[in-house]
Design a binder for this molecule. Structure first.
Ligand code: 6PG
Length: 444
């Protein structure tokens, strides 16, 4: 309450009111009440709902604006059924700046509850040229699902930028302020985005504690995470959707966290001696292209995930509208999202973003550079898990034939898991009576 009071005193013109207790807070609000919760995801949300439930009236709306797991939102909606209280799970993206100047909002839940909050959320959200960065996403946990995927893409985007930084640092020995200029330039082209912009800012920042060095060099290389990238990856695995670039970004944080072990391993495990000796600008351009292509793959995976989720959970997601509401306010806001909206406007049922004519031609033009960067990273031993996994995703997706024929044969051999044949219709399963695998013998 003291903190709230200080805040209100600092903004006298805003006429804020402090509800010192929930009862006091609830009694001031116009009905049907629209209460936005911004508390940590998990038990705290349930605890606040429990406190609010007896003091709210029929028709009131609780809006959870935290990064709640979409299945928790489904459960909370079910638990509140019968009470007359409506529940909206609303993904909110934009960090501190978004909170004050307009975030991207991803609401889901009962449609009539959304209709009641629509004027408010349209007003508080970020605005782009063609409207507010908010749209109704669907029933149940649809809004928080879309926010979860946003965060999965955010993990991918951030890791890819970090790999570009690592390559320029390790292979070209660029200083942070030199890289800031490179990122600043990239931000004027296809890569124009909030994350590239803040990267340029961060890289030219001096360490406040020791101004003679760059801030980024003072930060320990161990990343934290609150779990939304992991949830996206778990959900991809649960549904059998391939989202390796997002998952690699989660793993990259995991391996960064075992700093002491990595330092010890670095003293024992050898890598290649090879150094990059080619032209500097050529490699910088190639890294830019690798970043762009990999980024398209991370988004393609995120949208493929949402496409499967709508089947799995019975939603109807509008992908063009989702790309639009991510164009402003949120962490992954980027110029390139307009191209995603265009892609889904051209073809609402596009099976994968990679197949859109615009992205197809962009990747065609940039893929030689992408492959060049991945091979240089390999021969020089610079880890680039997200660049590499994105390239493998691209190559796997366009491969008419994968080695899964051998895999099925192995499964049939040791576990009688059966296989389908190239010369029979899909859905017919066969099995070979293999010899005892513990006493292998040559078959004729
Ligand atoms: C956003 C962010 C926001 C938050 C993440 C960070 O869209 O505004 O994604 O939700 O910064 O929770 O997640 P990690 O702590 O897992 O990096």
């Amino acid at each position: 309450t003291e903190k709230t009071k200080q805040f209100c005193d600092a903004h006298p013109g805003k006429q804020f009111k402090i509800g010192a207790t929930l009862q006091e807070f609830v009694q001031w609000i116009e009905r049907p009440r629209k209460i936005v919760l911004m508390v940590s995801a998990g038990d705290a949300v349930d605890a606040v709902i429990k406190e609010l439930r007896p003091i709210l009236d029929e028709g009131d709306i609780i809006i959870d604006g935290g990064n709640s797991l979409f299945k928790d939102t489904d459960r909370r909606i079910a638990e509140l059924q019968g009470s007359g209280i409506r529940y909206v799970g609303m993904g909110v993206s934009g960090g501190e700046e978004g909170a004050r100047h307009g975030p991207s909002l991803m609401p889901g839940g009962p449609k009539n509850a959304y209709a009641a909050i629509e004027p408010m959320v349209k007003k508080i959200s970020a605005q782009v040229e063609d409207g507010p960065c908010v749209t109704y996403l669907g029933p149940g946990g649809a809004g928080q699902y879309v926010k979860m995927v946003h965060n999965g893409i955010e993990y991918g985007d951030m890791q890819l930028i970090c790999e570009a930084y690592q390559l320029m640092k390790e292979l070209l020995s660029l200083r942070p302020d030199e890289m800031a200029k490179v990122f600043g330039k990239w931000n004027k082209g296809d890569l124009d985005s909030f994350l590239i912009e803040i990267t340029a800012d961060i890289l030219q920042q001096n360490d406040p504690a020791k101004p003679q060095r760059f801030f980024v060099d003072a930060v320990l290389d161990t990343a934290g995470q609150k779990g939304t990238g992991k949830w996206t990856s778990i959900n991809a695995l649960d549904m059998g959707v391939c989202a390796p670039t997002i998952t690699e970004a989660v793993y990259a944080r995991c391996i960064s966290a075992i700093k002491a072990e990595r330092v010890a391993a670095g003293k024992k495990l050898k890598g290649p001696r090879h150094r990059y000796t080619g032209p500097k600008q050529k490699l910088i351009n190639a890294i830019r292209d690798a970043l762009y292509c990999s980024k398209v793959c991370a988004y393609a995976q995120g949208f493929a995930l949402m496409a499967e989720a709508q089947k799995e959970y019975g939603w109807k997601l509008d992908f063009g509208a989702i790309a639009k509401i991510w164009r402003g306010g949120c962490i992954i806001r980027a110029r390139f999202l307009q191209k995603i909206t265009d892609a889904y406007t051209r073809d609402k049922k596009l099976p994968n973003l990679l197949l859109d004519p615009y992205f197809k031609s962009k990747i065609n033009a940039a893929q030689t550079n992408w492959r060049h960067v991945v091979s240089i990273a390999t021969v020089t031993g610079v880890p680039c898990p997200a660049f590499m996994s994105a390239l493998s995703y691209y190559d796997s997706y366009r491969a008419a034939r994968l080695p899964a024929n051998l895999l099925q044969a192995q499964r049939d051999y040791f576990g009688a898991h059966t296989y389908e044949r190239v010369d029979k219709p899909r859905g017919q399963f066969f099995h070979v009576d293999w010899p005892d695998p513990t006493r292998p013998q040559k078959r004729v």
